[in-house]
Design a binder for this molecule. Sequence first.
Ligand code: NAP
Ligand code: FE
Length: 367
Amino acid sequence: MELFFHVPTELLLGGGIVAKSADKLARFGKRALIVAGRSADKNGALADVYAALDSSGVSHARVMGPKPNPDLADVQRIVDAGRDFKANFIVAIGGGSPIDAAKVSAALLAQGLNAADLLSKTLKDAALPVVAVPTTAGTGSEANSYSIITLDNPKQKKSFLTPAMAPRLGLLDPKYTYSLGEVQTASTAIDAMAHLIEGYVREGRTRVGEMLALEGLSRLALCKDALLNKEYDEETRGNLLYASMLGGVLLAHARTVAPHQMGYQLTNFRDMPHGQACGVLMASYLEKMRSGCEEQIEKLLRALGMKELSELKDFIAKVLPPHGAYTREELERYADACAADALSKPNPAPMDRGMLLDIFVESLIED
Ligand code: NAP
Ligand code: FE
């Protein structure tokens, strides 16, 4: 048997975990750049991080987090702030957008590069340490090296990574997610589900991956009623955050497959939230891939407490907001634009451009 399984991040989850981990922060240096958007001012995460850094004698400066789906300008703003402050490490607070932007900025800072260099240079394996404090429960970005950045001409989401970009510490407190709105909660939960499913069914799957996926999906199964009724208690928020983290750990050694690449089109050109964009395509994708992952589909449905893919499709549709109207011509464009990336992924069964279009059409026109 062969296995490559690298879990570089110390992940701590629980109520009050930032305060309890104050002494761990000082080991990364004396000057922390905090990357945090406005929501962190309201959900308590920023205040907790300030208090923890103060109590361990770490000085800090805050730069505003990026807009959702960060671009190179967002990254450069963080790099400039880190350079001005002479930061030794970065504390990223928020969803996947600030955490991803902070991770790649940490690499650029350590390597004396700027955001534009991402277009022409390959990153070396060096980065300032990053501490991630997630406030959404979906991306799992706290647990892996990926940083997804939006590029222009043509507009696309591209992942940048080097192992050193994985956060050194992830501090997960479910209470920071209580303030998420209905759409953000649902979309990020479905993103976590997509990571767990895609990382599981892909070609080259491992037993460790299966354990992570089925544990994460079982936790999501406990959240089904809450997601349908849009009422979340503390236990559900904890389960969602834990499932999201497991999805992030899974992605650290098993990358996503076609639904993520396809979903990026819907985010780039229709502004659909990331998790919704991947989730809306999922049931149709799995149906097309059935020949290569029959057993995995059966196990993942069982973990979710479901019997058929049609049940998964109904569930995702009920949980997410309406996806809007699409034309076949538009979906043709998206299939063309994502074909190179989506078809190069380790999808569990053979795929072609026609199949990509069929998935888009079945999911967005014929559903
Ligand atoms: P996000 O883009 O980080 O945040 C979406 C919105 O939610 C923002 O307006 C944010 O406000 C707000 N928000 C965050 N936490 C909140 C809270 N507790 N209460 C209220 N509002 C809150 O959303 P995301 O879905 O977590 O991240 C999506 C990004 O992650 C995409 O770029 C996607 O490509 C990437 N991604 C990365 C990975 C990975 O493994 N690295 C995996 C999947 C997706 P603020 O202004 O405060 O930020
Ligand atoms: Fe995702």
